[in-house]
Design a protein around this ligand. Structure first.
Ligand code: G3P
Ligand code: CA
Length: 287
């Protein structure tokens, strides 16, 4: 009997230690297969395939899937009643038939808006999606999601809220399925502290960095919490690409809208780019 108890004790200890080694709470590595983001050019559909369908809608994300982009990018904000919603501007005026600030409207009010007609009557009735709807729809599709925390200073706690949703949808441990980025680097640092095993990106705007350029000091700081440095394409040259790579990060400039811009970036060695027209990335896959 005593032998039996000792055996069961040892077995439980073995199972607990074993499960932690395979990816228990707090560990960085995942037991799931990794999505390969480093095997070829990374083609990111900006706000979905927004050259062809209204930005940040299911129509634009479906189009990105149809066009075989590697990622689609989207912008996350929060409604008055606390729901994470997908929209670029802080007001609904430009991309819907309504007016007002996202943060002042409930989800029900936002859902009543038409987010497609401004682009084309073909898309009338397209709705503002919630982040949850997007994650649910694309979690098992062959596309990854680049989530931008848009103006997170307006939405205290949004980093934790996004992390909670990723965990709830089991998308946090699937490395490369989602990347979280922002122009607000404090916010990205907070997200990284909350969920260090999910990849992150530091967005770098032209207006904030045009005078200094992106210095080694900037890059050393980004490297503490980011896997990607994603600058405005006007800031990007071969030297910057090399300095980003030397620090173990990848670089995905935005926003590419011509084959000339695509070609220049490809030939200076970027890892991919963010584009309204995903076909601009096709020719680089084979090279
Ligand atoms: O992913 C880069 C891009 O989305 C950043 O600019 O203004 O389109 O959100 P913006
Ligand atoms: Ca964006």
């Amino acid at each position: 009997m005593n032998h039996c108890k000792t055996f069961l004790c040892c077995l439980s200890l073995f199972l607990v230690v074993g499960s932690l080694m395979l990816g228990g709470p707090g560990l960085k590595k995942t037991a799931f297969a990794e999505v390969k983001t480093d095997s070829r050019f990374i083609n990111v559909a900006h706000r979905g395939a927004s050259g062809y369908a209204p930005e940040n809608t299911i129509a634009a994300f479906d189009k990105a899937v149809e066009m075989k982009a590697d990622f689609f990018e989207l912008d996350v904000q929060r409604s008055k009643d606390g729901h994470l919603v997908v929209l670029h501007d802080t007001s609904v005026d430009r991309t819907t038939d309504g007016t007002g600030y996202v943060r002042d409207m409930t989800l029900a009010e936002l859902k009543r808006l038409d987010a497609g007609s401004w682009f084309s009557s073909k898309y009338s009735g397209e709705k503002i999606p919630t982040l949850e709807e997007v994650l649910e729809r694309y979690r098992n599709k062959r596309i990854n999601i680049l989530i931008e925390l848009k103006k997170p200073s307006l939405y205290p706690g949004i980093e934790q809220q996004v992390a909670n949703l990723l965990r709830e949808k089991h998308m946090d441990r699937w490395r490369g399925k989602v990347v979280v980025q922002s122009f607000n680097h404090d916010s990205i640092r907070r997200f990284h502290q909350t969920m260090p095993w999910v990849m992150t990106g530091a967005l770098v705007s032209y207006t904030s960095y045009k005078d200094t350029g992106v210095t080694n000091e900037h890059l050393n700081t980004f490297a503490r919490y980011a896997d990607f440095v994603n600058p405005n394409k006007k800031l990007v040259d071969r030297d910057l690409v090399n300095r980003v790579h030397q620090r173990g990060m990848k670089i995905l400039p935005y926003t590419v809208r011509s084959s000339e811009a695509a070609d220049r970036l490809f030939h200076i060695g970027v890892d991919g780019f963010v584009t309204d027209y995903p076909e601009l990335g096709y020719i680089y896959y084979a090279q």
